[in-house]
Design a protein around this ligand. Structure first.
Ligand code: NAD
Length: 487
């Protein structure tokens, strides 16, 4: 076996970059560990700025050929990638769970099928993409989506392959070439995606995967003059850095960032549904950008809601994410665990009360936590924790509910539970959020726009919004025959 192959959960994974259709090793490596037990999994190529430049050069060299490939052929190749994901669904699920600690059953049943769907969806969309022509004083306006060029896609660790392919698939469908930089805490499935893409017949250089620390390779990617689009999912501070780095070339950015989303429970709500939705916020050990981490409950039902919530939360099973019975797995990294615990310690010192949890568990686990007696302007209410930590506040009436819900610098999502459809319409119209869920949570459709308001992001992806971002949208205006005849 090559020195660059490692076996994770029985699956061979190449630890090198994938650049121009070849595996490329860095001189240095970094150690990737499993959140399940902290065990080292692999020594991964630690990219350098020169390797980042080589990945962009490969994407640039492959761009004219891929952009000129007829849409039907591009769509065929994307569907072949989707078939490859389906064939390797079990491998991808096992490796992802071992690498990032999210539940194996979720990867098998939800996440990896969705990865394949990302490719099929954007292949289908590409073939349907058209804008109705219209006329201006007898001149025809014809709108087309032209490929933009090499795209840099930078992704986080909480849903690695799902979030990566939600960018890779539309970028490739649009006729662009890609450099994907996965997160250093969960780099493995991006490498498997490179294998799958190569097997599917994607030409060399169309998809490149660069491993490494964002702080070391990031600027070389995001300030590169040949890069035509940057799509980033991650934290607000990194987004600010990337925006500054991309500014000299005015490279268009799509930023999908953090959140501190509210879950509003009105007195007329089905409280069992509300408690179910609230407990769902512990999914993926709370490491979900969309998680509704601020529970806002109408005063008159707060006690009863809390009773039902605690009843459900106490039945959650925390443990090994490979076990079918587990509901909550570990957090990604000891540093993330320290960050979570720091937020909770400071909140408790500031007067918060832990209804449940409020402390670390064994190893890399954090006890599911609900904090109450929190002030609206406190850190725990205003800042994203990205762990299994929820706060509970009460309100009286719609105005106060909306005021509390909108009073953070984020605006990614909002969930409201009410039995009154007219209240649902009124309140959702007043909420600042890219997505509002009424009496449900996490219902997602690739046709829908996705993104955040305020510090939760810039731009929208999904459906044709993805093509609008990843393309140079062009309008061609043609004069009618005979218009310019002089004679
Ligand atoms: P992060 O910002 O630390 O890292 C994200 C990616 O950016 C990683 O690949 C990292 O290597 C890279 N990076 C770091 N420094 C860089 C630099 N200087 N230049 C270029 N790239 C750089 O975020 P994280 O901790 O990995 O992810 C958690 C964050 O992501 C949370 O805030 C979460 O809310 C957010 N998130 C948002 C969404 C969304 O769709 N809105 C989805 C998932 C996660």
């Amino acid at each position: 076996m090559s020195a660059h192959l490692t076996t994770v959960a029985g699956v061979p994974v190449d630890t090198r970059h994938w650049i121009g259709g070849e595996r490329v090793a860095s001189a240095a490596t970094f150690t990737d560990t499993s959140p399940i037990d902290g065990a080292p999994l692999a020594e991964i190529s630690r990219g350098t700025p020169a390797e980042a430049a080589a990945a962009v050069a490969a994407a640039r060299a492959a761009f004219p050929g891929w952009a000129a490939t007829p849409p039907a052929e591009r769509a065929r190749l994307l569907r072949a990638v989707a078939d490859g994901v389906d064939r390797r669904l079990e491998d991808l699920s096992l490796v992802e769970t071992t690498d990032n600690g999210a539940l194996l059953r979720s990867h098998r049943r939800g996440v990896m099928p969705r990865v394949a769907h990302n490719f099929r969806f954007f292949a289908d969309r590409l073939e349907e993409l058209e804008h109705e022509d219209f006329t201006t004083r007898d001149h025809t306006n014809h709108v087309t989506w032209d490929p933009a060029g090499p795209c840099v896609l930078i992704t986080p660790w909480n849903a690695p392959l799902m979030l990566a392919t939600w960018k890779v698939a539309p970028a490739l469908a649009a006729g662009n070439t890609v450099v994907l930089k996965p997160a250093e805490w969960s780099p493995l499935t991006a490498s498997l995606l490179a294998d799958i893409a190569a097997e599917a017949g994607l030409p060399p250089g169309v998809l490149n995967v660069l491993q490494g620390y964002g702080s070391e390779v990031g600027d070389a990617l995001t300030s590169h003059p040949d890069v035509r689009r940057i799509s980033f999912t991650g934290s607000v501070p990194t987004a600010r850095h990337i925006a500054a780095s991309a500014a000299p070339h005015l490279t268009p950015l799509s930023l999908e960032l953090g959140g501190k989303s509210p879950l509003l429970v009105f007195a007329d709500a089905d409280l069992d549904l509300a408690a179910d939705l609230a407990v769902e916020q512990y999914d993926n050990a709370g490491q979900v950008c969309l998680a509704a981490t601020r529970i806002l409950v109408e005063e008159s039902v707060a006690e009863e809601f809390t009773r039902r919530f605690v009843d459900r939360a106490s039945r959650l099973r925390q443990g090994d994410p490979r076990d079918e019975a587990t509901d909550i797995g570990p957090n990604i990294h000891p540093r993330q665990l320290d960050k979570i615990d720091g937020f909770v310690r400071r909140a408790l010192a500031d007067g918060a009360r832990a209804v449940i949890g409020g402390h670390r568990g064994e190893g890399q686990y954090y006890a599911p936590t609900l904090l109450t007696d929190v002030r609206q302007d406190s850190e725990i209410v205003q800042e994203e924790v990205f762990g299994p930590v929820l706060t509970l506040q009460t309100f009286t009436g719609e105005d106060e509910a909306v005021r509390l819900a909108n009073d953070t610098r984020f605006g990614l999502a909002a969930t409201l539970v009410t039995g009154d459809p007219s209240r649902a319409a009124r309140v959702s119209a007043r909420l600042v959020a890219g997505t509002v869920w009424v009496n449900c949570f996490f219902v997602r459709d690739l046709r829908a726009p996705f993104g955040g308001s305020r510090d939760s992001g810039v731009g929208r992806e999904g459906g044709n919004w993805s093509f609008d971002f990843y393309c140079d949208v062009k309008n061609t205006v043609t004069a009618p025959k005979g218009w310019n005849d002089h004679g």
